[in-house]
Ligand binder design. Structure first.
Ligand code: RIB
Ligand code: CA
Length: 311
């Protein structure tokens, strides 16, 4: 029995690896890829999503353009991490596969209305603007969602965009608040987990050793992507954030976390976009998210490499 998912994404090299991991995993049926502005503007995230699907030989995947800016705040992008194209690292041909005409938010609403309740999982890998917009426009779909498994937030790791906030949540805190308060079963893959899934030279060379266009692209993307985090954190490699979302769907046993309350700061500029995670349960606030903190990095990279080898 395959699991139906919709990937909502702002590619970005790590998003690209997450999409490839999903496409290389027969347990998952990707109903569509909805793009959002985030790492780079929407025009580039929709272009990059098509480049990635063509690289995987999957011109059949439906790709939708979504929101081009956050609900309330101006768009903040991250070319300093991902390069000006958002997929710097290797030159790949411009895509020829088409974008779907339907807006991503309409696709999310239509799909959740059509599919049986509790059978579609949403996998946001970027700012939550598309998801929140769909929930606001069609509140009845909230109860239809099986689960949201998202990359975002931070607790002990602190922020990567401000001292308090991780990028995906920081870019659209209002959207994040809607999603975190929606009541949908949430699995949060924060920096606390992804910063333990670091690239290393042998792990990147294992991608390259696949001797396939996918392996070469993933190796070049991670080579490019890691330069920023290595300089910033002085770490050996860079965290492959977004593929952890897909890996959790495939092998939740590779991760550990706690079911706790997580709320979003939306008022103070100092802590805007902070995920206030009640890890030690010091408040009476109701738990609303499985918040991950540990990952078996070796297990993650061998799963990832094996699945990429199938493309
Ligand atoms: O903070 C990391 C997250 O922000 C990842 O999803 C990365 O792709 C960027 O979107
Ligand atoms: Ca992302």
């Amino acid at each position: 029995m395959t699991r139906k998912i919709i990937i909502d994404t702002d590619p970005g090299q790590d998003d690209a690896v997450a999409i490839l991991l999903a496409l290389g995993s027969p347990e998952l049926e990707v109903l569509g890829i909805t793009c959002v502005a985030g790492n780079v503007p929407l025009a580039l995230t929709t272009k990059n999503a098509r480049i990635i699907c063509e690289l995987a030989g999957r011109r059949d995947v439906k790709i939708f353009a979504g929101c081009d800016r956050p609900l309330l705040r101006p768009l903040v992008t991250a070319e300093y991490v991902h390069g000006k194209t958002g997929l710097d690292g290797i030159a790949l041909p411009d895509p020829t596969m088409p974008l779907q005409d339907q807006h991503a938010v309409d696709f999310l609403i239509e799909t959740l209305r059509r599919e049986a309740p509790g059978t579609v999982t949403l996998c946001p890998l970027g700012p939550l603007t598309n998801i929140a917009t769909a929930f606001r426009r069609a509140p009845e779909i909230v109860l239809k969602v099986e689960q949201i498994v998202l990359m975002g937030g931070a607790c002990f790791e602190a922020g990567n965009t401000t001292p308090a906030a991780e990028f995906n949540i920081y870019v659209d805190p209002q959207a994040a608040e809607i999603v975190f308060k929606s009541g949908v079963p949430l699995v949060v893959v924060p920096l606390d987990a992804t910063h333990k899934a670091l690239t290393t030279r042998p792990r990147i060379e294992a991608f390259r050793a696949l001797n396939t266009p996918v392996g070469a692209a993933v190796a070049s993307w991670t080579d490019f992507f890691e330069r920023f985090d290595r300089a910033k954190y002085g770490s050996e490699g860079a965290p492959l954030h977004d593929p952890c979302v897909i890996a959790w769907l495939l092998r939740p046993d590779l991760f550990e976390g706690r079911f706790i309350n997580v709320e979003i700061e939306t008022r103070s500029e100092l802590t805007m976009g902070m995920t206030v995670a009640d890890w030690w349960r010091v408040t009476p606030r109701e738990p609303n998210a499985l918040f991950l903190r540990e990952v078996d990095a070796e297990g993650f990279y061998s799963l990832l490499t094996e699945r990429l080898s199938r493309l």
